[in-house]
Design a protein around this ligand. Structure first.
Ligand code: NAP
Length: 250
């Protein structure tokens, strides 16, 4: 069952009904974590929980649409209750990534992207980090994207939301780091998921820009997240772990 350094912890993974979040929840559970699988789709959420349990892991599904602050706060409360009074690990992974010209972007898209990609992590940390700080122990990973770190036509809205999330990581290192909460960032490159399935050849084309020359599998991103929340990373705070096949290095 892999490394045991996540045993006994309670982890909330947002966007865990699909892609990178599902792979992360699966890996955490293999390492002994009680995983709280958050998402909207109850069928996919319960399926994943069933899979994890059938392999001896511990998991619960929590349904939440994270576009409103009240729903985000409610998720934090439910997660804490399911976790027996605590959440030790938070992975802010849920996100949407609509691409397109700035001048053709609907106001509703701007609002939704910022509600989900920026405000939901903000309110989740507001709810959960104080408890971690009180216990002197916690780990948070924010999932950004390579396009937060360079200019790409058509990605202004998405890239800027994730750049904001990265800045939140850094601010939270300053705010909660002194009280034992480690906050880090994982920046994936193009990854095969349910969410990118519709991109077809465009995903391959984007991936071809990187030295690795191929899209990632969700499990490859999950490994980086699991490293950062585990004891192997006990002195790692404020790191930006790029898992982008080398794209932002060149
Ligand atoms: P995905 O397959 O599209 O899954 C997105 C997840 O977010 C799903 O679990 C979905 O839940 C959840 N979600 C979407 N809208 C939500 C809402 N309003 N309320 C609550 N949950 C919501 O995504 P992915 O490709 O694995 O990406 C995961 C993260 O990695 C995202 O933040 C993305 O920006 C980032 N990322 C992805 C790539 C890539 O190439 N895949 C690259 C760089 C960064 P339901 O399905 O249950 O609604």
């Amino acid at each position: 069952m892999g490394s045991v350094d996540l045993a006994g912890r309670v982890a909330l993974v947002t966007g865990a009904t699909s892609g990178i979040g599902a792979a992360t929840a699966t890996l955490f559970a293999e390492r002994g974590t009680h995983v709280l699988v958050a998402g909207r789709d109850a069928d996919r959420g319960e399926n994943l929980v069933g899979d994890i349990r059938s392999r001896g892991g511990k998991a619960d599904f929590v349904a939440a649409d994270l576009r409103s602050a009240s729903a985000v706060r409610q998720l934090a409360r439910e997660a804490t209750e399911l976790g027996g009074g605590r959440v030790d690990i938070l992975v802010n992974n849920a996100g949407i990534f609509p691409f397109g010209p700035t001048d053709a972007t609907a106001e509703s898209d701007v609002n939704t992207v910022y509600d989900l990609n920026v405000k939901a992590p903000f309110y989740l940390v507001a709810e959960l980090a104080p408890g971690m700080a009180e216990r002197g122990n916690g780990a948070i990973v924010n999932v950004t994207t390579q396009v937060a770190y360079y200019g790409a036509a058509g990605m202004a809205l998405y890239g800027s939301s994730k750049a904001a999330l990265h800045q939140l990581s850094q601010a939270w290192v300053a705010e909660y780091g002194p009280r034992g909460v480690r906050v880090n960032t994982v920046s994936p490159g193009p990854t095969r998921t349910r969410g990118t399935a519709a991109m077809g050849d465009a995903l391959e084309a984007l991936a071809a820009e990187a030295p690795a020359g191929r899209p990632a599998e969700a499990e490859e991103i999950a490994e980086a997240i699991a490293y950062l929340v585990g004891d192997s990373a006990s002195f790692v705070q404020g790191a930006l772990l790029t898992v982008d096949g080398g794209r932002t290095a060149v």
